[in-house]
Design a protein around this ligand. Structure first.
Ligand SMILES: [Zn+2]
Length: 405
């Protein structure tokens, strides 16, 4: 079923691409051959009218404001005010960013509409019909096919992913899928391997940022993990193991991605700054200054201030049992009282307080006692609900059948 779907999708997308290709060739050869005469005595059809729509691309340059662009589109200040007013609940055009583009459509010299990509998923369309403005926000229409990638790690996950033809965002997404199972900062070894099926997205004949990972496996030091993406009937999205248990645990394994441990959990170690032997009830992750530090779980920011040898310090209360601490930050991204979600950036790696180099000192506190983040047993997330088990099984079989083929 899945294979058939994939085939059909591939055929459709191939035809669509081919169609566009033919059209383009025809169009360019028409221009070359000077075709365009002999049409004056024909009544234009609606399609021909549509075809007269001309698209122009406007790149937002450094310093461009929305007002500047509006003028480039041939619109005036009054138009701009009406657009901002009509779009007020849909999109804030003061947020446009240099380097992004507006696609503007004209018929003759007359402005018809513009399209702007908000991010890789959504776009906003502003149209003018006589004097009426309308604003619409919608999903970017991609042609979606499925891609398969597999790799064996020689030096790093990034290198292996790139060798497998994966975009960086998909490599990061793969690490995210397994972030609760595997600490990519420390335990990845040469010979570890991965396979995945993900959404490849095409738009206007060009490759765009990839979509979701649908199913993935990762073999780490001989242990194989599998993740199946499942959208439940309430719209919840998650990655689950083969047995339907959630891959999402309450905590990430590490507060920084792609770092290395420079000091482990120990009851007695010599401290280079204070010159004494003390306990180090934490894990130190070395990473460059400015590397984002992530909240390892959902929670409430209890402290975000200087704390002696800890330097700039953040503590998060996750629930009645758990707290996490992050020390030696260069900067804060949150303040006391903020609610944070797992994976949110709370600050940046620094070397403040008693520190000999850029790193984050990470502590986990269970019921008021510091515990070793690398060895403590963490509870699993919620499994697939009973009512969705059949649906999950069907989805899983579909993906895995494809995977095995
Ligand atoms: Zn430390």
């Amino acid at each position: 079923m899945f294979r058939l779907m994939k085939k059909i999708l591939l055929i459709i997308s191939t035809l669509a691409l081919f169609g566009i290709f033919i059209f383009h060739n025809f169009a360019s050869s028409s221009i070359e051959n000077g075709v365009g005469q002999n049409t004056h005595n024909q009544i234009p059809t609606k399609e021909e009218n549509m075809a007269k729509e001309i698209k122009e691309t406007f790149l937002i340059e450094d310093g461009d404001t929305f007002a500047v662009l509006i003028e480039k589109f041939g619109l005036n200040y009054g138009d701009m005010l009406e657009i901002i007013d009509t779009a007020s609940t849909t999109y804030d055009f003061t947020k446009i960013k240099a380097g992004k583009k507006f696609q503007v459509f004209f018929v003759g010299d007359v402005f018809r509409r513009f399209e702007y990509d908000i991010d890789t998923e959504e776009m906003v369309i502003v149209s003018k019909d006589s004097s009426w403005w309308s604003v619409e926000r919608k999903d970017i229409p991609y042609e979606v096919t499925f891609a398969f990638a597999t790799g064996v790690i020689e030096s790093s996950l990034f290198m292996a992913g790139n060798d497998a033809g994966m975009q960086d965002r998909t490599i990061l997404a793969l690490a995210d899928v397994f972030a609760w199972e595997i600490d990519f900062a420390t335990v990845i070894q040469k010979g570890d391997s991965f396979s995945l099926i993900y959404e490849k997205r095409i738009r206007n004949e060009e490759e765009w940022p990839d979509g979701n990972i649908l199913v993935a496996t990762f073999s780490n030091q001989g242990k194989k993990y599998t993740a199946v993406r499942f959208v439940d009937q309430d719209g919840g999205v998650g990655y689950y193991a083969i047995d339907g248990t959630s891959l999402q645990k309450p905590f990430l394994k590490a507060p920084v991605k792609y770092s290395r441990i420079t000091s482990g959990y120990s009851n007695a170690r010599f401290h280079p700054v204070i010159g004494q032997t003390t306990a180090h009830l934490a894990i130190d992750y070395a990473a460059p200054i400015g590397t984002p530090i992530l909240a390892t779980g959902d929670g409430l920011v209890i402290t975000a201030s200087w704390n002696g040898g800890y330097g700039n310090f953040i503590s998060i209360r996750h629930n009645n049992t758990w707290d996490t601490h992050y020390a030696h930050l260069s900067r804060y991204a949150v303040k006391v009282g903020d609610r944070v979600s797992q994976g949110d950036v709370i600050g940046y790696v620094g070397s403040t307080g008693w520190s000999t180099g850029p790193h984050v000192h990470y502590e986990m506190v269970k019921n008021g006692t510091k515990v070793n983040p690398l060895t403590v047993k963490l509870p699993a997330g919620d499994p697939i609900k009973d009512e969705w088990k059949d649906l999950f099984e069907a989805k899983k079989q579909e993906f895995l059948a494809f995977f095995a083929s």
